[in-house]
Design a binder for this molecule. Structure first.
Ligand code: URA
Length: 243
């Protein structure tokens, strides 16, 4: 993995995110801002059992088959295909978005549209190729007209994502946008409150950083600088856990 801080042409990384100028911040894990949001309630593996299934015990291939055939919520009626997730199953970084859009529904892969291109560039900005991370969504099927997933849809899909997280055991979860952040943290706070600090995924001890959704950054490019800081924070957390 390359480290853009050491890279002689690091401005290329920032260009990739569309940030023109920046101030260097030597962030180390010891300097990271402490979470001011209380830890959420424990994420219980028992919830997986509420689906009346053995999802919590499935390995990758049966899990994928289960997702592709899932009819647990109404979203399956409008999908072309379920979008399971993509990437390195031994990834240090797990990236979690909201739901497939039209492009993802068609291609069966998360973040392949415009937001996906920006996500790829955001990852490059911290020296990561898309293939090095694992990318998934809170719900696996496209909501009609790209509306937000409903709480019951997210809840019904949760065991699948929970199992993916258990199998990968990432060193960091990066939650993209409000829907991902609020569902993963069981919080109702806004992204502006949740971002920029180290949080945890339930009681797993897996560090979780919230940042803006790339689709939002396409609409509000001035927020890219904050997203850049979130990515730096995430990178420092992973580096600290590897040293
Ligand atoms: N937005 C998301 O949150 N996920 C995708 O897969 C695509 C767009």
């Amino acid at each position: 993995m390359t480290n853009p801080s050491d890279h002689p042409r690091r401005s290329l990384y920032l260009d990739a995110m569309g940030i023109q100028e920046w101030a260097r911040r030597d962030e180390t894990a010891s300097k990271l801002p402490a979470a001011s949001v209380p830890d959420p309630a424990p994420v219980s593996a028992v919830r997986a059992g509420q689906m009346g299934s053995d999802v919590a015990t499935l390995d990758w291939e049966p899990l994928c088959e289960r997702v592709l055939a899932c009819t647990q919520c109404a979203l399956h009626k409008g999908r072309t295909q379920a979008v399971f997730g993509v990437g390195n199953r031994q990834a240090q970084w797990m990236i979690i978005g909201e739901a497939p859009g039209a492009d993802e529904d068609r291609q069966g892969e998360p973040f392949v549209g415009r937001a996906g291109k920006l996500l790829n560039n955001m990852l490059l900005a911290v020296g990561l190729k898309r293939e090095e991370v694992y990318i998934a969504n809170i719900v696996k099927c496209r909501p009609p007209n790209n509306r937000d997933p409903q709480p019951e849809e997210a809840q019904s899909c949760e065991p699948y994502l929970q199992r993916q997280i258990e199998l990968i055991k990432p060193k960091l979860i990066l939650a993209l946008g409000r829907i991902a952040a609020q569902n993963l943290l069981k919080s109702t706070e806004a992204v502006g409150v949740l971002r920029g600090k180290r949080l945890n995924y339930g009681d797993t001890g897996i560090p979780l950083v919230v940042t803006y959704h790339p689709a939002y950054l396409l609409r509000s490019p001035r927020e890219k600088r904050k997203a850049w800081h979130d990515l730096q924070l995430a990178r420092a957390i992973v580096a600290a856990s590897s040293s």
